[in-house]
Design a protein around this ligand. Structure first.
Ligand SMILES: C[S@@+](CC[C@H](N)C(=O)[O-])C[C@H]1O[C@@H](n2cnc3c(N)ncnc32)[C@H](O)[C@@H]1O
Length: 219
């Protein structure tokens, strides 16, 4: 028997506005809204890796009169979460938000969705090895358009790897715009601006494999 994470149940704390997950969500949404406010572009592209039920991006766009500026691709593997995200986008009237059932750990899944002006990596870095975090960060120039923003989250549970992660982002050509690590909370939320040259997508490349409760969950 292998233990598996129930990725639909994982979203349940979002129903409690006081939960740490909801607090984290508010910060991610704040960074998404700040990015939208900063960008005057008529067309903006977003890709969200391991998007879950889309609470962050869909939640922001649902309340924006300028949501039509955004064309987004949400990559998610769990079929129930894919359905929930599609449902949420549909209810919000977001015709330009596509939810694809795909393995976000493979670069081939991003073909057609990138280069993106905003890359969301919420709930990814805490579920993969350090090696895969480094590999993903090093590959971000393949996902980013010039001047793109990356919004990410990472637990600070010991050993806190966020100092290393922020260094890897710097080395990969990203300038830190925000780093939220609220006192008494284990989560953190970062926003980084890409200052380097975009690179072409190497569709045969790999980014990460989720590790869950000591069990490899390849999808
Ligand atoms: C920690 S949750 C984060 C969900 C969402 N980003 C959020 O912050 O609300 C991780 C999500 O990644 C999905 N997932 C895990 N491995 C994946 C993969 N290789 N490709 C796409 N989705 C994956 C899970 O089904 C789950 O919905």
């Amino acid at each position: 028997m292998t233990a598996r994470t129930d990725w639909q149940a994982w979203h349940e704390p979002y129903a409690d506005e006081g939960s740490p997950l909801s607090r984290r969500l508010r910060l991610v949404r704040r960074e998404i809204a700040a990015w939208l406010d900063e960008r005057p572009d008529e067309r903006l592209t977003v890709v969200s890796a391991c998007a879950g039920q889309g609470h962050d991006l869909v939640g922001v766009l649902a309340g924006r009169a300028d949501a039509h500026r955004v064309r987004a691709t949400l990559l998610e593997y769990d079929p129930g979460n894919v359905a929930a995200a599609r449902d949420a986008a549909g209810r919000a009237g977001l015709a330009n938000v596509a939810v694809e059932r795909a393995d976000a750990g493979r670069l081939s899944s991003y073909a057609g969705a990138v280069p993106a002006d905003l890359v969301l990596l919420a709930g990814v870095f805490g579920n993969v090895t350090d090696h895969d975090v480094r590999r993903t960060v090093a590959a971000l120039p393949q996902l980013c358009a010039a001047g793109a923003t990356v919004i990410w989250t990472r637990t600070r549970r010991a050993p806190d790897r966020t100092p290393a992660l922020r260094g890897w982002l710097r080395d990969a050509g990203f300038a830190e715009r925000a780093f939220h690590a609220p006192e008494g909370m284990l989560f953190s939320v970062g926003a980084h601006r890409f200052t380097g040259p975009p690179r072409p997508l190497n569709a045969s490349g790999e980014l990460f494999t989720f590790i869950t409760a000591g069990t490899q969950w390849r999808c």
